[in-house]
Ligand binder design. Structure first.
Ligand SMILES: Nc1ncnc2c1ncn2[C@@H]1O[C@H](COP(=O)(O)OP(=O)(O)OP(=O)(O)O)[C@@H](O)[C@H]1O
Ligand SMILES: [Mg+2]
Length: 250
């Protein structure tokens, strides 16, 4: 083999073109175009029912794509199974967290690694890494996940996602129902993971939080991307401010 070219920073790790999907008779995504650049935090915002969760479910293979193309690292992956998508390095922290509530925190984390063929030592090393990021989870590792607070459950859900050793972590509704202090802790953790090289796609209802956390952002409305650009610019955009921050343009 020849000399492999250096990968340019910020190339598209995930590229979505004309993606369509839905449920039964209902079409939800009408042709979504979006790109997630490697090493960045990308935010997805938009009103309730815009299709943000459906987009994440379609990307992770839980909802079948009905049209369009999803390219991961240069390879087309639309139509791949959820296990295959996870194995490729895309982890999905779903809306509502979906932990195994009767199982312990640690067993939930271990479930995140189920596709990886790793031995005890590596598993323990990865668990320790999660416990370093979220010390609360170490304290509570034997507790049933369903009895944890909302914030602790979100840490556990993110930890479970990380246990698959992803290159892209997709988080649906990062801050929903969590206290400001906890949201701040989660954001610190995500920024630290991002600095270590993790690419993140986050759906976040709080538009200011979303735009401050991310480098680029996409605005969805009724199953389409209606606006996108650098987060800093969107934060200043009068239309975005008026639609999502209740600030009157003028
Ligand atoms: N399992 C389902 N069966 C049928 N319709 C669904 C299903 N899940 C979602 N929908 C519909 O798809 C549309 C988009 O929903 P989705 O959950 O993707 O929106 P969202 O942008 O994540 O909204 P929110 O901000 O409220 O989480 C909505 O009209 C919703 O009713
Ligand atoms: Mg949603």
């Amino acid at each position: 083999m020849g000399v492999r070219a250096e990968r340019p920073a910020g190339r598209d790790l995930l590229r979505v073109q004309g993606l369509q999907s839905g449920y039964g008779e209902i079409t939800v995504l009408w042709g979504v175009d979006l790109a997630v650049r490697e090493g960045e935090i990308t935010a997805l915002i938009g009103s309730n029912g815009a299709g943000k969760s459906t987009l994440m479910r379609t990307l992770s293979g839980l909802v079948p794509a009905r049209g369009g193309k999803v390219t991961w690292n240069g390879e087309e992956i639309q139509g791949d199974s959820p296990a295959r998508v996870l194995d490729l390095g895309i982890a999905h922290v779903p809306e509502g967290r979906r932990l195994f509530s009767a199982m312990s925190v640690e067993d939930n984390l271990i479930m995140g690694a189920y596709l990886r063929k790793i031995g005890r030592a590596e598993m323990q090393r990865d668990l320790d890494r999660i416990y370093t990021i979220f010390p609360k989870l170490r304290e509570r590792r034997s507790q049933a996940a369903g009895t944890m607070s909302g914030g602790e459950q979100q840490m556990c859900a993110i930890g479970r996602g990380l246990m698959s050793a992803p290159r892209l972590l997709m988080i649906d509704e990062l801050s929903l129902g969590l206290s400001p202090l906890l949201v701040e802790q989660l954001i610190d953790a995500l920024n630290a993971l991002n600095r270590e090289g993790l690419t993140i796609l986050v759906v976040e209802q709080d538009v200011v939080t979303a735009l401050e956390l991310s480098t680029s952002a996409y605005v969805m409305d009724t199953g389409r991307v209606v606006q996108h650009g650098p987060s800093r610019e969107l934060l200043r955009d009068p239309a975005v401010r008026q639609a999502y921050l209740g600030v009157l343009a003028g």
